[in-house]
Ligand binder design. Structure first.
Ligand code: ZN
Length: 347
C-alpha cells in the first residue's frame, strides 16, 4: 500500500512537472514569437525610407528660392515662402532635373502663390512632390533658420544679433582662396576601382577648414583613403559631412575630439594632402585639397553599407560662397585658428 501510493505520488509529481514545463515553454515561445513579429513590423514599416537621391539643384535655383524664403521671413510678409517647398515643387515639374532651370518657372510658381493658391492645394495630386520634399529636406533643412551671430560695432565691441537666414558656412575659411570643379562621379584608381563621391577644393596647405553645419563629430582620425579626416553628423542625423586629406602632423584644430559638438562656422582642421596610405600621417595626395562630401541617411542601415547615398555637393559649395567664417590665430604657440564671430542657433 505504501509503495503503491509512493509510486502514484511520483507519477503525479512528474505529471505536474511536465505540465509546468510545457506551460513555461509555451510562454517563452509565445513571447519570442511576439517579439519576432514586432521586429518584422518595424523593419517593414521602415522599408519606405528613401533609397536614392540625385541632387542637381543649381546654385542659381538655391539662391533664388533661399532669397524668397529669407526675405519673406525678415519682412514678416503675410505669405512666407519655404525654399524647400519651392524647390520640391519645381523638381516635381522638371522630373528632378534642374539642368534647364529657368527663373521664369519660379516666377510663375510665386505668382500662383501670391494669387492665393496654396502649396498643399497645388501639390496634393502632384506625383513625387512628397519624395522631393523629403529628399531636399534631408539635404537642406539645416541651412536656413533663426540664429544669433556676433558682430562688432564701430568701437570694435562684440554683440549678438538675432537673424533669420543662411546659417551654413563654406568649408573654406574667409579670405582663403580655393578652386574647384564638378568632379563628382569621376573615377579614382587608388585601392579598388571606384568613383569620386565628393568635391575637391584645391587650396594651400594649412587653410583653416570650417564646419558647414553644426553637429556631432562621429569620426576622427586616420583613414586609408581620406588620411586625417573628420566626419560630422547633423543633429537631425540626416546628413554626414566628410572632410578629408587634412594636414600632416597638425590636422585638427585645438580641442577637436570625437564625440564632441561643433557649431556651424567653427574651425575644425587644416587643409592638407594626407591619405592614400595604410600607414598613418603620410602625404600621398598629389595636390593639396579638401575633399568635402555629404552623405544622406534616411535609415541607419544605410550607414557603412553598399547603399550609402552620397550627393554631388558642387552646387552647394557654389551656393555657400556667400557665407564664410572669418578666422584669426587664437594660439600663437600652436598656430591654431579660431572663428572670429560666434554663432548661437535658437531652434
Ligand atoms: Zn576628393
Amino acid at each position: 500500500m505504501f509503495v503503491k501510493s509512493l509510486r502514484l505520488n511520483i507519477k503525479l509529481i512528474s505529471f505536474i512537472i511536465s505540465i509546468l514545463l510545457v506551460m513555461i515553454l509555451s510562454i517563452v515561445i509565445f513571447y519570442s514569437f511576439a517579439e519576432g513579429s514586432d521586429n518584422e513590423e518595424t523593419s517593414s514599416d521602415k522599408k519606405d525610407y528613401i533609397k536614392w537621391v540625385d541632387f542637381n539643384i543649381t546654385s542659381e535655383a538655391l539662391k533664388l528660392t533661399s532669397k524668397l524664403d529669407i526675405d519673406s521671413h525678415n519682412n514678416n510678409s503675410e505669405l512666407k515662402y519655404n525654399w524647400i517647398e519651392l524647390l520640391a515643387y519645381l523638381a516635381s515639374q522638371n522630373g528632378g532635373n534642374f539642368k534647364n532651370f529657368k527663373k521664369s518657372q519660379l516666377d510663375e510658381l510665386v505668382k500662383r502663390l501670391e494669387n492665393g493658391e496654396t502649396m498643399s492645394d497645388m501639390t496634393s495630386n502632384v506625383k513625387f512632390y512628397d519624395y522631393y520634399y523629403e529628399a531636399y529636406s534631408a539635404v537642406l533643412s539645416g541651412f536656413i533658420g533663426n540664429y544669433s551671430i556676433e558682430t562688432s560695432n564701430k568701437n570694435g565691441e562684440k554683440t549678438f544679433e538675432e537673424r533669420y537666414g543662411l546659417k551654413a558656412f563654406l568649408p573654406i575659411a574667409k579670405n582663403y582662396n580655393f578652386s574647384h570643379y564638378d568632379d563628382f562621379g569621376n573615377s579614382r584608381s587608388y585601392g579598388f576601382k571606384r568613383v569620386h563621391l565628393g568635391n575637391d577644393l584645391m587650396g594651400s596647405i594649412g587653410t583653416p577648414i570650417i564646419a558647414v553645419e553644426s553637429g556631432i563629430i562621429e569620426h576622427l582620425g586616420w583613414n586609408q583613403y581620406g588620411g586625417w579626416r573628420i566626419g560630422i553628423r547633423s543633429f537631425d542625423t540626416k546628413r554626414y559631412y566628410y572632410y578629408a586629406h587634412l594636414r600632416k602632423n597638425h590636422p585638427y584644430a585645438e580641442g577637436i575630439e570625437e564625440g564632441m559638438t561643433v557649431k556651424a562656422g567653427d574651425v575644425i582642421g587644416y587643409l592638407g594632402m594626407t591619405g592614400y596610405s595604410v600607414k598613418e600621417n603620410v602625404n600621398n595626395i598629389n595636390v593639396p585639397h579638401l575633399h568635402f562630401g555629404m552623405q544622406l541617411i534616411f535609415d541607419e542601415s544605410q550607414v557603412d553599407s553598399p547603399n550609402e547615398i552620397w550627393i554631388d555637393v558642387y552646387q552647394i559649395i557654389e551656393f555657400l560662397k556667400q557665407n564664410r567664417s572669418e578666422v584669426y590665430v587664437s594660439n600663437e604657440e600652436t598656430k591654431d585658428y579660431s572663428r572670429k564671430f560666434d554663432i548661437m542657433e535658437n531652434e
